[in-house]
Design a protein around this ligand. Sequence first.
Ligand code: PLP
Length: 446
Amino acid sequence: MTANHQIGPKAREIIERDKAILATSYNREYPLVVDHALGSEVWDVDGRRYVDMMAGVCVLNVGHRHPQVVDAVREQTDKFWHICLHDFYYPQAVELAEKMAAIAPMSGHTRTYFGNSGTEAVEAAIKLAMYKTERNKFVGFLGAFHGRTLGSLSFTASKAIQSGYYQPAVKVFHLPYANPYRPLLVGKPGEDYGDTVVNYLEDEIFRSKLHPEDVAAIVVEPIQGEGGYVVPSPNFFPRLREVCDKYGILLIVDEIQSGVGRTGKWWAIEHENVEPDIVCFAKGIASGMPLGGIMARDEVMAWAPGAHGSTYGGNPLALASAIATLDVIQEEGLLAKAEETGNYIMDRLRQMQANHPSIGDVRGRGLMVGIEFVEDHETKKRASALRTAVIERSFDKGLLVIPCGPNVIRMTPPLNISRDLVDEGLHLFEEALTESEREGLAVAGD
Ligand code: PLP
């Protein structure tokens, strides 16, 4: 894989040593060996520079090493690094929880639990839903990614390699996601596909397979991330909310990838005008420091002391980073900027569509942008090899983008990326696409 790439000798040496000593489960997209990074740019160990349009997989929402975040973490390193939030108190946890409550996508008094990662956030949500409802069955979605520990993995259904070898720990019934570009279910003529999916749950699944009174929660991404950056059909969330209210089921939204301003609102669920019962967050919250958790209204967050916890969860360094990250998003107006830059990127990509028939669909919200590649607009046959070629060529040209779903590229730069860097990135992307399409034609014509 490294042989044909534009990388230098130091990168090659590190990759050789890595291959000999690290676990075989790491699944690298391309041979990027990072030396340092700043804002929306990354440099490798041989001094090659890259425009970062993946932000460490939606983690660096205010960019690499934002000075305000660096200062906050540095200050905290001079105070204390660890004491265990489960057993003692500290002000940083209160301050961040108060900030989270102020931006929560639900009304009423909201409490926050802090863990260390996305998957732990989902584990906490699953456990809280079981605790609160005294039920133990769940509904999830095909294409979903919720993490890799056994509870969250029971919901993950985006790639068989991730879950196919393991026994699910939680009983989950998987429905199709309300993907308007690739509907799996057939609805009535003119019906919103969100209605089709939720009707299927209510009319078929609840009748034939699952008592709704046994279902603790529906776990769902407001925009499907690893599954292909799928923005759901309009009626999907309002109907899910309706079903949850009708049967006493909790609505858990996984905002681990879509949250903390990425879509132009604090939380992607706000685009749906629906209030969730539990919100899972991680990734963008602490700019790369390990932090995740859940928010829920008082009456849902009903745990007795000791019913859940963690040694490291809510580590003070991560909390300091998160407090500063939220401040930067607010002070620099990054919600509006994410929306504006995202619309600019999507407009430019849609213009490219005219000259690049392999672009089947451009979609997203704010800076959660997906580009789906097809061989043919009618059949929508997935152009997966082309998609991968574009990513690899982009890397060689100096642009970092990553895949999602079987044939989608995601563009998720930091929310504060400059227009110049966006233009540079889009230019490199179009060059990579043009050359990959041409190469594909040459092969086909041989
Ligand atoms: N949920 C979603 C929507 C994600 O995108 C991810 C990670 O990509 C996770 C959960 C798992 O997060 P982590 O890798 O921090 O465990």
